[in-house]
Design a protein around this ligand. Structure first.
Ligand code: FES
Length: 319
């Protein structure tokens, strides 16, 4: 040991490569949720740059040692140097120690195998939840078939191409018309039956169909067979954990964290058309006079207002 050197253990110098690489991976993952095209691309660029920096830092010691054993060769010294090289096999072996080579190749091979195995699996598992989610409009048939003031349990397919797996249920009431500016516009209450706790199918608390002596309204539209069963609900209830809602979808008991989601709608050529779904914190008032506190669609169990919403800053899209 060089007596001029202090007797201290060798510790690796702090590096920014791993930190930057980790930040890049985090940006990629956040981008998958927020904006897969732009933010994920930025994350890939960051990860690649810092992976390069990391690789440079990891091999700097090796490259430094190599430079030390390969001093610049002047022409006058070339011949003696060549002669020395021919007899300096122990030093040459030191230039590329086998342990370093094995360490680097093991790490590199592990990284390649890990990437080949995990990236496609993660992509197939995660990306479909964020990409290519189409919003399907649903034609529920003529408004004239929906009796004013009557509740219906409507079942319909959001995408006939997907078949019964796309079948959904909504509770629908025709509230008549309501004044909007100088005109009267149709008013409907259309509530999703997806429980705001964990997503179980909520049911109408009350008699339905034949018990009431009322027939189902059945329509065949471009969305396949639509069935609307009359009901007289006192509210809506979830069979899974006892969540209860009133007829505006406000939570009245149990574990749900907000009101039931709703469908936006349009009247096209006299036909009721369901558009997208949105989430609701609560509803003030009832029927055509209801004030709906609407939010972007959130998942079951997610708060959309209050302090708790900060627990769910990023939400993937939902059907
Ligand atoms: S899923 Fe509805 S109460 Fe739990």
């Amino acid at each position: 040991m060089d007596p001029a050197e202090p007797d201290q253990p060798h510790v690796p110098a702090p590096t920014i490569g791993p930190v930057g690489f980790a930040i890049g991976v985090v940006v990629i993952l956040v981008g998958l949720i927020v904006n897969p095209v732009w933010i994920s691309t930025i994350g890939v660029v960051i990860a690649v740059i810092f992976a390069f920096v990391w690789a440079r830092e990891s091999t700097s010691e090796l490259r430094g040692r190599r430079a030390a054993v390969e001093p610049e060769v002047r022409p006058a010294e070339a011949e003696p140097a060549a002669a020395a090289e021919a007899t300096a096999s122990p030093d040459s072996a030191e230039r590329f120690p086998r342990s370093k080579f094995l360490e680097a190749s093991t790490l590199g091979l592990g990284a390649v195998i890990g990437g080949v195995v995990t990236v496609p699996v993660a992509g197939f598992a995660v990306l479909p939840a964020f990409l290519g989610q189409k919003r399907h409009e649903v034609d529920l048939g003529p408004v004239s078939e929906i009796t004013e003031g009557q509740w219906y349990i409507a079942t319909f397919m959001t995408d006939p191409a997907e078949g019964e797996t796309s079948r959904r249920t909504a509770f629908i009431r025709n509230n008549g018309s309501v004044k909007s500016g100088s005109t009267q516009v149709p008013s409907f209450t259309i509530i999703s039956n997806r429980c705001a706790h964990l997503g179980c199918p909520v049911q109408a608390n009350g008699p339905t169909g034949a018990i009431l002596g009322l027939k189902d309204v059945v329509e065949v539209t471009k969305n396949g067979k639509i069935t609307m069963t009359p009901t007289v609900p006192a509210g809506f209830g979830c069979p899974c954990h006892g969540g209860q809602y009133d007829t505006e979808g406000n939570r009245t008991a149990g574990p749900p964290v907000r009101a039931l989601d709703r469908y936006s709608f349009d009247i096209r050529n006299g036909r009721l058309t369901l558009l997208s779904t949105f989430s609701v914190s609560q509803v003030d008032g009832t029927g055509a006079q209801a004030q709906i506190h609407a939010y972007k669609l959130a998942g079951p169990g997610q708060h959309v207002d209050g302090l708790e919403q900060i627990l769910y800053p990023l939400q993937p899209p939902h059907h």
